[in-house]
Design a protein around this ligand. Structure first.
Ligand SMILES: [Zn+2]
Length: 174
């Protein structure tokens, strides 16, 4: 059931990120009305993906402490994907708040800033949904150097104290 929701949400979110970036680039060449016309569409798409993301993320992070929330929510994503997410978030804040300033307009009035902003939510939604679909296999494959199963965010084995095996996803042969 969770997977049946997560797949389409992930696909829509991925398309949402792409749409935001395309519109962002287009907004450099088009009139301001262009961005203002399309922003409501991006926003409606966002409402559609964000609600299931929040609900499913609750299940994914239920057993974790608040300060580990994002680590837990994104634990099913490969490292490069997490880094890409941080990069997107960083770029969006740059584009939404710094870029309009550099171009000499105020942030609220500049379409290049606000059409890119939903990308923060779309990309987060994409990452959380991808993580949800892969967290089970990652959780099941986490082992210490001595081959004991360890819990999803632990750095050391609760049983023998050995650190996590570096290739813990592939070391399940022990
Ligand atoms: Zn151990």
């Amino acid at each position: 059931m969770r997977r049946a929701i997560a797949y389409p949400v992930m696909v829509v979110s991925g398309l949402g990120v792409i749409a935001c970036f395309l519109l962002h680039v287009a907004s450099f060449f088009e009139s301001p009305e262009f961005g203002q016309r399309l922003f409501p569409k991006l926003f409606i798409g966002l409402l559609i993906v964000w609600l299931p993301t929040v609900l499913l993320m609750n299940g994914l992070t239920r057993d974790f402490r608040q300060r580990d929330l994002w680590k837990a929510a994104l634990r099913g994503c490969p490292g490069w994907m997490q880094k890409t997410l941080w990069a997107i978030w960083g770029y969006v804040f740059f584009a939404a708040f710094v870029l309009p300033f550099l171009r000499g307009s105020n942030p609220g009035a500049s379409p290049c800033g606000f059409v890119i902003f939903p990308a923060v939510f779309y990309s987060t939604s994409f990452g959380v949904m991808y993580s949800l679909l892969h967290a089970d296999e990652i959780d099941a494959g986490r082992r210490c150097l001595n081959g004991h199963l360890i819990s999803p965010l632990a750095k050391f084995c609760e049983e023998c104290g050995a650190p996590t095996a570096p290739d813990s996803r592939n070391s399940a042969t022990t």
